[in-house]
Write a protein that binds this ligand. Structure first.
Ligand code: MG
Ligand code: MG
Length: 255
């Protein structure tokens, strides 16, 4: 069931989204060669704590997971696509890092992800990241009343496929509100003009994930969380929480 939000509720969600944006900005500026993923998680925890927010990621345990998620960010490096568990791995020159972060504030959730490189970037990684951001922007632009979920999926998928990248099967965005995952699902690919009609008051997390090798398959690490490309190629992830309003899309996790 889709729960529509009022404009004052969307304003409250913006505050949760702002905390996520701050946490991601702090992680990005802390990330450097030699810094560990656990240190990046600690950076995000401090931002959430300072804002009086909690983490919807910490202790989250969906059906597929063998253990509750132990951190406030997902940190997915190089061939890891999403859901990477922060550990003592220290970032190396040229790594491609995807950080996904959520916050729960005032009873509302925010969810956003960024990808970036550390040290000397490979041009191919910059192109992959730019395409993820472009796909996200295209999906957001399609998030308007009167359009359908399929219009978002088509916009996201078209940008990824035109660049020759893969789209991991079965993963995508989601409704978001009081909890991090609500209806409807927002696929990263699909035919335009299909699916649920978009209405003002819907809030969606739109999140393209791209694999450089072009395959849609993935494997899962023994930790039960980390998804990786099957061919060892790199992956990128970009996400915003977006409210659909009569005036168009409003990005609630913008800086
Ligand atoms: Mg996320
Ligand atoms: Mg999400």
């Amino acid at each position: 069931m889709v729960k529509l939000k009022t404009n004052p509720e969307i304003d409250e969600m913006r505050e949760a989204g702002r905390v996520v944006a701050h946490a991601l900005a702090a992680v990005r500026s802390a990330a450097a060669v030699g810094v560990s993923l656990l240190e990046l998680d600690r950076t995000a925890r401090e931002v959430l704590d300072d804002a009086g927010a909690t983490s919807p990621f910490l202790s989250y345990r969906p059906q597929f997971a063998p253990v509750p998620f132990p951190a406030v960010v997902c940190a997915s490096v190089n061939d890891a696509i999403v859901h990477g568990i922060p550990d003592d791995y220290r970032l190396r020159d040229g790594d491609l890092v995807s950080i996904d972060c959520g916050a729960q504030l005032g009873g509302w959730a925010g969810d956003s992800a960024i990808s970036f490189t550390v040290g000397r970037a490979r041009p191919a990684d910059l192109r992959l990241i730019a395409t993820a951001e472009e796909a996200l922007a295209a999906g957001i632009a399609a998030a308007r009343p009167g359009n359908r979920i399929g219009d978002i999926a088509h916009a996201v998928g078209s940008v990824c496929r035109a660049a020759g990248y893969g789209i991991p099967d079965g993963f995508g965005g989601h409704g978001i509100g009081r909890s991090m995952h609500e209806d409807p699902g927002v696929p990263n690919e699909g035919p335009a003009g299909r699916g649920m009609k978009l209405r003002a008051g819907m809030v969606l997390a739109i999140e393209p994930m791209l694999t450089a090798g072009g395959t849609d398959d993935y494997t899962c690490d023994p930790d039960g969380w980390t998804l990786r490309t099957v061919d060892g190629s790199r992956a990128a992830h970009a996400e915003h929480t977006v409210a659909i309003t009569a005036d168009g899309p409003r990005i609630l996790t913008a800086p």
